[in-house]
Design a protein around this ligand. Sequence first.
Ligand code: PHE
Ligand code: ZN
Length: 869
Amino acid sequence: MNWQNKVMKMLDAQSIPQLPGAIRLADYAPPDWLVPEVSLDFRLSAGSTRVTSRLVVRRNGNHDRPLVLDGQNLKTSFAMLDGEPIDVVPVGERLEIAIVGDAAIVEFEVEISPALNTRLMGLYESEGRLVTQCEAEGFRAITWFPDRPDVLSVYTVRIEGDAALYPVLLSNGDRGAVETGLAGGRHAVTWTDPWPKPCYLFALVAGDLSALRDGFTTMSGRQVELAIWTSAADVPRCAHAMAALKASMAWDEAIYGREYDLGAFNIVAVNDFNAGAMENKGLNIFNSKYILADPETATDSDFDGVAGVVAHEYFHNWTGNRVTCRDWFQLSLKEGLTVFRDQQFSADQGSAAVRRIEDVRGLRAVQFPEDAGPLAHSIRPDHYVEIANFYTATIYNKGAEVIRMLHTLVGAAGFRAGTDLYFERHDGQAVTCEDWVAAMEAATGSDLGQFRRWYEQAGTPRVAVHERREAGKVIVELVQSQSPTPGQAVKLPVHMPFRMALIGRDSGRRIGEERVVEMREAVTRVEFDAVDEPVLLSLNRGFSAPVIIEAEASRTELAFLAGHDDDPSARWEAMQRLALSVLATDDDPAALVSAVAATLMDGTAGKLDAAFVGEAMLLPTESFIGDQAAMVDVEGIHRRREAARLAIATGLEAEWWAALRTYSGSGTALTPAAKGARRLANVALAYLVGAGSAEALAAARIQYETAATMTDRMGALSALVGTDTPERDACLADFHARFAGNNDVIDKWFTVQALSGRPDTLARVEALARHPDFSITNPNRLRSLVGAFAANQRWFHAADGAGYRLLGDQLLAVDRINPQSAARLAVPLGRWRRFDAARGALMRAQLERVTATPRVSRDVLEMASRALV
Ligand code: PHE
Ligand code: ZN
């Protein structure tokens, strides 16, 4: 029985999601053979590249097992052991070579075809350039190798190619010998990377590229040459990324004492890329979306995305590269920690409060639903079928929340002592999450025994809050609980920091100091000294623990906290809770309208900064509202949210006009104040257009036409796209013509239409999927249309199932081309339990259609079958 049939049988049996062929953490064994040194020689051509490799291998420990190598789609032309040709007979994607002594030299020549590589893993072609992507298991598509992160090697890489097609030849480390004038118009460059690294950090780029160059002097006075490579025309659009890179290098020195360790740091931007970016040692490769930015083409949030991802990849140089993962179950060791570091960096660069709110919003929009559904897994999973499916919001964002809790528990100084010890102990090693926690524990003397449960347990804990008065004292009981997740029935209480304070119900001020309560038991009792004023609780301030709070509060109390809580996250949360409470019913939204008005006034009066106000004015999304109930009422949520939007729009029309006047015209500056003003002005414009006056439509049209920034142009276009007006059609057409050929901007054009609230959205998306600019092979473009549409709760979940069918069609079409892209599209269908029986059946039908399709990829089969359970 083949693997697919086994999966089908398992589904019939309704057993727990332990798929056949799963790899288990419990089965980990150290590598039998190490590879201290590797030399690679690439003779490049898009159709057929020849890779010769020379591996110095050394027996690891006392055993007589063979050397095991991984390889995928390799045409092997020869193999040699200690200089003698050997016959190699791969079994599937593995090759075993018996070796007598304790060390040997193994050599291969293989042929690979970058031009035919549509999976974008290994060596592939993107717009005439050749680039690699090796994490997690792409190196095996380049040559035979023990493709696992605990085998660390020093690399020497010679790249030879046509000098006209590939004038620039890059690899990791520092550049060595250059050979010019080789036969056939070819040239070659040799790179050496002195730092031992796992093969997933190997990289090569060849192409006609130009660089934005700069330099950085490290804390010990070493000069580093910086270069960001792209097409000549895009070089000026790399300035923001370069500034972010230099700021990141300085920040990692100042905050973590970490210095860069090579003479050069190169970044390359490419258009076809499965993920956001990749931290290859000394040669980061980026999705161009996270490098190219100027005011004309990038929104404020794009600018922030560029800076955040540049920082993230740079920070991996220590958290990921110098200290790497022992196995892929430890992925969050590098990703959770590095996301936490990039969040800290971004908070330091701009408005920390707003940044925290954005992070929380993202976590709750993506990770909480993942943790509540069939794909729930802990930040250190214990089995997987296809590791590419585990680059999830849980590993990254919940992983970062777990690190943040550690930071809160041990304090900034303790945390720094912990990271210092971690680097001291483990530099040059491939380690585990346990090693990380142990270093934190040893450096701070804290007991993190129970804290380790965060690494094992999936699911989002709930904290119920009960409050009472005893002799004037405020007694709060915090009760933590957690529902079972697939394959994990029993949940134990976790150790977490819970920041709280009291807010006076009369004064509106904080009473006494904030407390950081360390919750450990199922029930934690907190006592505040007697106060003579009625009080309200300010809970989980700064979102100190990634939990769901269950606390009783009236709308009046929530409105009061939304106006007075002195913690920005908690204040924002009060507004969210108030909005959720109103949007869950058909009640008059008056309470919400007046809370919005009060916050808006605090902004105009200068009591709150514009960025915060803009954030607070945004209603929870339809999907977030849906996540709060056991069953998503697709039409009801849409109807009630639209009604509330209209009430806020019409009830405060004069205020919105005033806000638009006050906050627009902030130019192109990227200061927190200017960004905040743009955000708030665009929120105002969206409400005004929603109210539907001719003046508002005209204002949107003028803003669209005269915008100095993409933020403002996009703000106007998004406001118009939901309307049925000539302005909408004119602006959409203009946008497409104006930005023809600019991939990142044309992606926005697809997305804004896919997210529209108009009833013809599905038909539009179907038409856009046939548009000449649509491309299923480009991950960004696929995401911009199909990925975005799946987030449009009202129209993706159209009752007749047409949205699901569209997704199923696209998923199966792209699976033949790029399984990683395809597998991601299965995720939205996994939410079927949360919808009514009719929709649930239609969603399942698409998942079943996928699992029943012959020769579907392992990536997709794993996701679809887990989603069905
Ligand atoms: N390791 C990359 C990062 O988070 C992400 C990535 C994973 C890129 C897999 C490509 C492939 O920085
Ligand atoms: Zn990362």
